[in-house]
Write a protein of this length. Structure first.
Lengths: 284, 286, 362
């Protein structure tokens, strides 16, 4: 119907040229100051002593170890939260049960809780004085101030991201497709793999990438449980802090530039998904 | 074998159509209990162990109270700033088409994706006295780094996406007809914005500001580098916990953390309840 | 207030939504814009309101040229298809909106506004819902509130976009009658858009039939029905059966079927349009026509019985429909699967390439 085609000729609030121009101008100005310049500054500071220094500082043994540990943490965290996110999203969007809303609110706890508090919670429970930790201590298992503790708090801090991406999408898509598949005789796994997964694929991937970015970059919670032992329990963000406080600013920014790069790739991927989705909608 | 069927046998059992409820809900509940709820027991036990008097003494300590004030004020200012800036960003991204819109849209999420420590050292460097901005601001007599304003800045930076991402979808869904109805009834652009569009965005805006505030209260990595961390002046509450921990004063850390945790949980539940109530009024009982 | 529309046209990108068209609407008239989707009727309505700008042409309200006037200054009442009630305001606040946003000098006092709102709500018989929110109302109630809101500023022109489109049949009929009553009582000029021919014919003083961005015909409902001036109008005003005939010995012939030309009809190939009630049915062919058809369905619809018929031994693009009064049908019932012969009593003949129809009687 022609009435549904709202084109540029339609009058809308705020479309007067001077209003439009000044709002766009103001936004671009503020964004440049608040977001663009800091982003450029990271790389500028990283290379302030030249490319040679940049690469030598990255190839330092402690830095390499921090990179390795960070990758390990992410590699363990992401799959755990992927499974949890999918399970949670499936249960709250495909079924009605008492306490559904509460479950969704509980899921948001890591968003609301300060990472330092999160770290402390784990330290109190699994540290040598905690009621689980003291038992573990007797078994000679050390979780805190070691890499397993870092993984545990990172799982805590990043657990909502996959579910958060999936829930709105799955709610909007509704249950009809899956119900049709059940009527056609699909088994649970077939149903998920062939009907649900293709529909949520991109949101799922983005959720994973976002989880990865946050897992790689977690600072507050990790710094509580890590013990900051150089070359042992130092993740890359903690390493950035150490170098920065050691007055090795260029080296700190070199390490930071790696983290910023991961952030940029994450954003790029998100932009790609959105571009793809928009194109799909317009070709429909 | 009984041939008589009781009423309960005949009544059709309500069977769910889709599979996987027990598996998915079971996993989720187990995960939430183990990862999210169980760790809280340690904190509760620690706080209970220390006794009310000691507990009160720690959380009402002058330095700690100063940190509450700084944290609350900074988070409030930062989230209000983001309310305005986020609304502006969302409006511009949804309503206008211009060169670079897509880049701008992607950039909004930078504070989410960028590790907070990286944001912290970058802001500290930029606003330090010899930094790009610090230099400029010093020439007009403004100092941001190593003052409470540095805390506001770091909090504002890390929570920019919240307001934009909650307001944006609502703005996109807004039907042009309501605006047009306002205009046919003789209202000016500004009245239509104030009386028709803004009230529709208000719940999302409030939610975004509240999320931004909650996040700011807990922000740590970005803040500590730029705050200067001067006792009574620019120490945030998260840092007080951290400091207590470094002194191995677990009870003190727990006491302060329990206050912070309580505040964030109350905020979280309040936001969720408020949102549900507002949605109900707008879309009918559902 | 009269509305004068002169050479208005509009394109959306490549799409010509309106070819230049003109229309003259009298004061106090109720005009129905009727046409299929994409015919440009809604675009025309939105241009009259000022919600859309025209590419060419001009619009006059009375003797005031409003072509370049902003919507808000045109002072029209507009009722949206989906009501567009402000969801966050109560019913009373919705109705008061137009008065609340008046410039301070013209704005009535709050108590006066309150009085006017209650009066309007009384008029639409919904005063008891003043403090409800739109989400708590039924479709018909929303529609009446939307109307009350549009009338609050006492506009002299009321524009309605598919006003009853989203309502069920019974409520629609009731509201239609009520709107007509209100129109006659308050004396404003109304223009409404609809794709429902029954609605247009019942409600309007004059109907504007539109297709593909231009006006096909403007006429009073009776005249429109009696003398449609184009194939499109004929097709759109419904229930006409088409016989495609070639001249052969004073007959129109289509394979095995034929119809004898009435006296004085020009001997040309073309299409004969016959309305569904202008037939007689018999068991054998008559002197006048040999049109064998097989009964495929028999549906009692209100006061009539509708037969669906498919041609036997000749061709027609669409299935034929015939409406018989129950009395006639009961006297000589037919059965599904039976072949019957029909004879037209009156019809309209479109000669090949002719725009105008020639009315025929036997």
């Amino acid at each position: 119907m022609s009435s549904k085609k709202h084109t540029a000729s339609q009058l809308r609030v705020g479309d007067r040229p001077w209003v439009k121009r000044s709002l766009i101008g103001l936004t671009l100005f503020l964004t440049t100051i608040l977001l663009v310049v800091p982003l450029i500054a990271i790389f500028q500071q990283a290379f302030v002593k030249g490319a040679g220094h940049y690469f030598t500082s990255l190839l330092e043994a402690d830095t390499l170890h921090a990179i390795g540990l960070t990758l390990l943490v992410a590699a363990l965290t992401v799959p755990v939260n992927l499974v949890f996110g999918v399970m949670l999203a499936w249960s709250v969007t495909r079924f009605e049960f008492p306490g559904r809303k509460l479950l969704m609110t509980l899921m948001d706890i890591p968003f609301a809780v300060s990472p330092v508090v999160a770290g402390l919670l784990y330290l109190l429970l699994y540290g040598n004085n905690g009621w689980i930790g003291s038992w573990l201590y007797e078994q000679d298992i050390q979780l805190m101030f070691a890499w397993p503790g870092i993984v545990m708090v990172t799982v805590f801090v990043t657990c909502p991201f996959v579910a958060r991406e999936l829930i709105p999408l799955m709610q909007q898509q509704g249950r009809e497709d899956e119900e049709a598949a059940v009527i056609l005789g699909a088994s649970g796994w077939q149903l998920f793999r062939r009907v649900t997964l293709p529909n949520i694929k991109w949101a799922l991937i983005y959720g994973v990438i976002l989880t990865n970015a946050r897992a790689v970059g977690e600072f507050g919670a990790v710094s509580v449980v890590s013990g900051n032992i150089r070359g042992e329990t130092n993740t890359l963000p903690l390493h950035v802090q150490l170098q920065y406080e050691d007055y090795q600013a260029a080296a700190a920014f070199a390490s930071a530039s790696l983290l910023a790069l991961i952030a940029l790739l994450t954003l790029l991927f998100k932009a790609f998904i959105e571009w793809r989705q928009e194109r799909q909608e317009t070709t429909l | 074998m009984a041939t008589q069927l009781s009423a309960a046998d005949i009544r059709p059992r309500h069977k769910r159509v889709l599979p996987g409820l027990s598996l998915s809900l079971g996993t989720s509940l187990l995960f939430i209990s183990l990862i999210l709820l169980l760790p809280m027991t340690g904190l509760i036990m620690q706080s209970v162990d220390m006794g009310w008097e000691r507990y009160w003494q720690v959380i009402s300590d002058e330095r700690v109270v100063a940190s509450y004030k700084v944290t609350l004020w900074a988070a409030l200012i930062a989230s209000l700033f983001n309310g305005v800036f986020g609304l502006l960003l969302a409006w511009v991204l949804v309503r206008y088409d211009f060169f670079g819109r897509r880049v701008l849209d992607a950039l909004v999420d930078l504070p989410f994706a960028l590790p907070t420590a990286v944001a912290g050292i970058t802001l500290a460097t930029l606003y330090a006295q010899n930094g790009w901005y610090g230099d400029l601001l010093a020439s007009i007599g403004i100092k941001i780094a190593y003052t409470p304003w540095g805390i506001v800045l770091a909090m504002a930076f890390t929570s920019i996406p919240f307001v934009v991402r909650t307001v944006q979808p609502v703005l996109e869904e807004l039907s042009p007809e309501e605006e047009e109805a306002g205009m046919t009834l003789g209202a000016s652009d500004w009245s239509v914005f104030r009386r028709v569009i803004f009230p529709a965005l208000w719940p999302a805006l409030m939610t975004g500001i509240a999320l931004s505030f909650t996040r700011s209260l807990g922000e740590f990595g970005a803040v500590i580098f730029i705050a200067g961390n001067m006792p009574y002046v620019s120490e945030i509450t998260s840092l007080m916990i951290f400091v207590s921990l470094q002194e191995f004063d677990f009870p003190a850390a727990s006491a302060i953390a329990s206050v912070v945790l309580m505040a964030s949980l109350i905020l979280l539940f309040a936001i969720n309840i408020w949102q549900a109530r507002y949605l109900r009024r707008l879309h009918g009982r559902n | 207030m009269s509305i004068l529309i002169e050479h208005i046209s509009k394109t959306f990108g490549q799409f010509q939504a309106l070819s230049p068209l003109s229309l003259d609407i009298q004061e106090g008239e109720m005009i129905g814009l009727l046409g299929p989707s994409g015919s440009g009727k809604t675009t025309l309505l939105r241009i009259i309101a000022g919600l859309e700008g025209a590419d060419t042409g001009r619009i006059q309200f009375g003797d005031r040229d409003v072509t370049n006037l902003h919507v808000r200054d045109r002072r029209v009442g507009f009722v949206f298809q989906n009501y567009a009630l402000f969801r966050h305001m109560t019913v009373a606040d919705n109705v008061a909106f137009g008065l609340d946003v008046l410039p301070r000098k013209e704005r009535p006092s709050p108590s006066e506004i309150k009085k006017r709102v209650m009066h309007l709500l009384d008029m639409v018989q919904l005063a008891h819902l003043a403090n409800r929110f739109p989400s708590q109302l039924s479709g018909g109630q929303k529609q009446r509130i939307a109307l009350a809101r549009a009338l609050a500023t006492q506009p002299e022109v009321l524009l309605l976009d598919e006003p009853f489109g989203a309502l069920d049949a019974k409520v629609r009929k009731e509201l239609r009658r009520w709107l007509r009553g209100l129109h006659d009582e308050l004396g404003f000029t109304s223009v409404f858009v609809t794709h429902d021919q029954e609605e247009a014919l019942e409600l309007s003083d004059r109907v504007v039939v539109m297709s593909n961005g231009h006006i096909e015909q403007v006429d009073q409902p009776g005249a429109l029905y009696a003398s449609p001036n184009s194939r499109f109008v004929f097709d759109f005003l419904g229930n006409a059966n088409v016989f495609e005939g070639k001249i052969e010995n004073g007959q129109w012939r289509n394979e095995q079927a034929h119809i004898v030309l009435p006296k004085g009809a020009a001997q040309q190939n073309g299409q004969l349009y016959v309305r569904s009630h202008e037939f007689t049915v018999s068991e054998t062919a008559t002197d006048q026509a040999n049109l064998p058809l097989k009964v495929v369905a028999i549906n009692p619809i209100g006061a009539e019985v509708r037969l669906e018929l498919s041609p036997v031994g000749w061709h027609s693009k669409d299935i034929w429909e015939m409406d018989l009064p129950h009395k006639v049908f009961d006297k000589k019932p037919v059965e599904k699967g039976q072949t019957v012969f029909v004879t037209p009593k009156a019809g309209y003949f479109f000669a090949q390439d002719a725009k105008q129809a020639e009315p025929l009687h036997w």
